[in-house]
Design a protein around this ligand. Structure first.
Ligand SMILES: Nc1nc2c(c(=O)[nH]1)N[C@H]1C(S)=C(S)[C@@H](COP(=O)(O)O)O[C@H]1N2
Ligand SMILES: [Mo]
Length: 222
């Protein structure tokens, strides 16, 4: 667990973690179909919701501005270690995208504001051998994506949702958002973004969930 003297509220929901592992073993919700993201906005087996559910391991770190720190490191030319004001000084842009959670809900038209993955790549300049990225969060959560999945125009570090600061429940002050993968790939309370040459599966990827996580291919479980 990362420990920067960050207050953690709640406790790890072991029962929920066990249930989610059982869903993976049972292949819960699998429809056995593929959809085309170009023509089918809603991925197979998903249900639209109007609210924004909260899902995490049960611990919600409280990251006040003075304790905020985001490191971007690993195999990069320029390592960064950002205070919140330094994050805020990076080039910001807006994005509109959908969210798809593997527990079945999808939510359309979320307005985000933050720093694009492409701006982050320009700033850190990954080594040409980098192929994967590992996200580490303040609650001990980790998740991994490929560089190709990260290097997309709709992938962002975000601090605003629909014009409001992202709440602590949803991973504020700053979280990841990778809208075309199941939402477990989008780390809340992100503490460190590590650029790596070899893949390193994260929390759910080592507990029965698919490494690639494409909702339209129903890549729910491994
Ligand atoms: N740090 C952290 N990030 C996390 C998680 C977590 O437990 N810890 N859960 C993931 C899962 S399984 C989901 S579905 C989404 C939920 O984000 P939300 O609570 O904002 O809807 O966060 C993802 N990111
Ligand atoms: Mo999830």
């Amino acid at each position: 667990m990362e420990n920067d003297d960050i207050k953690q509220t709640g406790k790890i929901r072991e029962k929920l973690i066990e249930s989610k592992q059982r869903w993976a073993r049972d292949g819960r919700l699998l429809t056995g179909t593929h959809a085309d993201p170009e023509t089918d906005r809603l991925p197979p087996g998903q249900t639209l919701v109007a609210d924004w559910p909260v899902l995490d391991l049960g611990i919600q770190p409280d990251v006040p501005e003075r304790k905020f720190r985001l490191d971007l490191d690993g195999a990069v030319e320029n390592r960064l270690s950002l205070a919140l004001a330094e994050y805020m000084a990076l080039p910001m842009s807006a994005s509109l995208s959908d969210m798809h959670c593997v527990t079945q809900w999808s939510r359309y038209d979320n307005r985000w504001r933050g720093v694009s993955a492409q701006a982050l790549l320009d700033a850190v300049k990954p080594d040409p051998l980098v192929r994967h990225i590992v996200f580490h969060a303040h609650d001990g959560y980790t998740t991994n994506v490929t560089l190709a999945q990260f290097d997309q125009p709709d992938v962002f570090l975000v601090h605003e949702w629909n014009g409001e600061p992202i709440t602590r429940q949803h991973g504020g002050p700053v979280r990841m958002l990778i809208p075309r993968l199941y939402l477990w790939k989008s780390a809340k309370w992100v503490r460190r973004i590590e650029f790596v040459i070899r893949d390193r599966p994260g929390f759910w990827e080592t507990r029965g969930y698919h490494n690639n996580a494409d909702p339209w291919a129903e890549e729910r479980y491994s």
